[in-house]
Every structure is written in C-alpha cells, then in structure tokens.
Write a protein that binds this ligand. Structure first.
Ligand code: DC
Length: 221
C-alpha cells in the first residue's frame, strides 16, 4: 500500500480519537494521537512546578524534553523521561493544562516537528487541531470532525466516568467551551477547518456511520 496520512481535526470530544482508532484498524495503519503529546508536555511542566502559560519557563525545558511516542501491541504510549505517562495524561487536571501549554509557540514548533517526522516515516491517521491546516498541509485526506458542545460534554463525562472520575456536567461544559475558545483563538496554528477538509458533524451519528462516510470518501477519491 502506498504511504498515506489522514488528518482528523476538530474540537475536544467530537469523537476524533474513537474514529481515528477504528479507522487505523480498518486500514491497518498506525494512529497518532497528537493531543497526547501536548498532554505529556503539560505533565512535564506540572512536575517542574512551571506555570503552563509561562512561555519563558516552558521554553527552558521544551527543546530538551525527553518525550517518546511508542507503539505497544499497536497502542500508542507516551514516555516522559523514560516513564510511561499514558494514564497520567488523561487525568482531568492535565486537560486544561494541555490546552494552555498548547497555545505556546515554542511548544507547537517542537511538537509539530516531531509529528512531521512520524508522519513521514509511516502511514498513519493523525488526530489533532492543526494537522490538515498546518502540520501536514499536503496530507492525502483531511476531515474536520465536530459536534454540538453539549453532545461532546456528555461523551467526555461518560468517558471520564468509565475511568473513575465523576465530573459535574455544567463544569465540564464550561471547560470544553473554554478549551474550544483557547484552541480557536491562539495566535499560532489555531484550530481551524482546512479549506480542503471534509466537514463531518457527528452530533447525531454513530461511530460506524462516521467511519463508513470517511471510508467511502477515501475509496472515491
Ligand atoms: O485532543 P486532546 O484533548 O487530547 O488534546 C489536548 C490539548 O492539546 C487540547 O486542549 C488542544 C491541544 N492540541 C493542539 O493544540 N493541537 C493538536 N494537534 C492536538 C491537541
């Protein structure tokens, strides 16, 4: 099969990661969750006691960060300073910290360079915010996955509950709206639908329906 990259961008909770995982299985290519990389950077700042909006503080460690993305049994793991932080990065505290730290240009430049290297070395489905618009403007396929904010909040609440975190709906909705705002309004590489990306609103769609839509688009193109 020829090398291909599929970009899935969109706001938090739109279903991107579930869709990206399924799609990568169906196509037998890897899934690169780029949000996990920003989350790992946020963990590093937290562990150093550096404010996630302090560009000077963050720039003091970002170039030398020991962050590795590895695949164990086909599943992505993030290693920070040699330690597997794949569960830690999903903790609610890290979500807002990741949103903040991802607004810093020094962080984005570092992550984007890593993402481009990975995407060049293998066929993969990448999910993120700026993959089609900035990281891989020449990606073979681009999709912008979105959903109503309340639907996204319900999905995220369910996901967190399954992991043992009981989070209030209204508080989570406020956080999701705040993260949407941050993602769309940062100066450098904000969340935006690439001009050539196919828009899919998943509010009233099942995962299977979304996958079918994407696959039929890929087959047609
Ligand atoms: O997709 P996620 O919720 O795991 O992403 C965590 C944060 O990282 C999110 O607030 C936005 C940011 N992010 C980004 O700015 N660019 C990406 N390509 C991926 C994620």
């Amino acid at each position: 099969m020829k090398h291909m990259n599929i970009a899935l961008d969109g706001p938090s909770g739109s279903g991107k990661s579930t869709i990206a995982k399924e799609l990568s299985k169906k196509l037998d290519i890897l899934y690169l969750d780029t949000g996990a990389m920003y989350r790992a950077v946020a963990c590093k700042a937290i562990s150093l006691g550096i404010d996630t909006l302090d560009e000077k503080g963050v720039s003091s460690f970002i170039d030398d960060i020991d962050l590795k993305i590895e695949y164990l049994g086909g599943t992505q793991h993030a290693f920070l300073d040699g330690k597997d932080v794949s569960s830690r990065i999903r903790e609610p505290e890290v979500s807002m910290a990741a949103s903040n730290i991802s607004s810093l240009k020094c962080v984005r430049l570092k992550m984007v360079a890593m993402q481009r290297d990975i995407a060049k070395s293998m066929s993969c489905v990448l999910d993120g915010r700026d993959i089609g618009s900035f990281v891989l403007p020449d990606a073979e396929y681009k999709f912008y996955i979105t959903a109503d904010a309340k639907v996204r909040t319900l999905r995220r609440q369910k996901e967190l509950k399954e992991k043992g975190f009981d989070v209030d709906f209204d508080q989570l909705l406020r956080e999701i709206e705040q993260r949407d705002y941050n993602d769309k309004h940062r100066d450098f590489a904000p969340l935006v639908q690439a001009k050539d990306a196919v828009l899919i609103d998943t509010s009233e769609m099942t995962v299977e329906q979304v996958i079918d839509k994407i696959l039929s688009f890929i087959e047609r193109k």
